[in-house]
Design a protein around this ligand. Structure first.
Ligand code: MAN
Ligand code: CA
Length: 199
């Protein structure tokens, strides 16, 4: 039996395959694309995770993936393992780390530090903070020259949820933590805070 992560990987690979204008929605035509034939044969043989045959319509395969993904998200959300906010998925590895290590571990898994850009996203991140009852670093940093807080890509914040009288570090607290009530505090970057990533 193939491992679950193998199934998820092949599933993701299949989803990333662009729909070829001339060959969609038939899978046999798709298998003419170099390298794809092997993947599709693998997928169709892999009856543990993909109940499809080589001549299943591509749209059926996609629909099957959509349903499986939705059930998976439902189960993980129910267990408090992930939170969803619009298209964002928020998740923690449960580990505490300083700011740069937390950021690095998020990036290693293809995400970045959770960055609330609106009320809904702030609420989703708070759900994880509550789950672990632990403050968490956010994907926000103080600009070295302007002293303004900004997103990791350098753009200005379009939403804030500062605690009263924050930020108050005046250049000495360059990172931002979320409190267990969802409010933000500027804080030193070398503390141990829960790692929460967004994907
Ligand atoms: C208090 C507040 C915060 C500050 C921390 C630093 O909690 O003044 O703004 O970040 O102390 O320890
Ligand atoms: Ca502060």
């Amino acid at each position: 039996m193939r491992s679950y992560s193998f199934c998820m990987l092949t599933a993701a690979a299949a989803l990333l395959v662009p729909c070829h204008a001339l060959s969609c929605p038939g899978l046999p035509e798709l298998s003419n694309i170099p390298g794809l034939g092997g993947l599709l044969r693998l997928l169709s043989k892999n009856s543990d995770c993909l109940p499809i045959s080589p001549d299943t319509e591509f749209s059926d395969v996609l629909e099957n993936f959509r349903q499986r993904l939705s059930r998976l998200e439902g189960a993980l959300t129910l267990k408090g393992k992930i939170a969803k906010a619009g298209e964002k998925i928020i998740a923690s590895n449960g580990k505490k780390a300083d700011f740069s290590s937390a950021l690095e571990s998020c990036e290693k898994t293809g995400g970045t530090l959770a960055t609330p850009m609106n009320k809904e996203e702030n609420r989703a991140i708070l759900g994880i903070v509550e789950q672990y009852n632990s403050y968490a670093y956010l994907g926000i940093k103080e600009n070295e020259t302007s002293g303004q807080f900004e997103y990791m890509n350098g753009t200005p914040l379009n939403y804030t949820n500062w605690y009263q009288y924050e930020p108050n570090g005046k250049g000495t607290e360059k990172c931002v933590e979320m409190y267990t009530n969802g409010n933000w505090n500027d804080r030193k970057c070398n503390l141990y805070r829960l790692t929460i990533c967004e994907f």
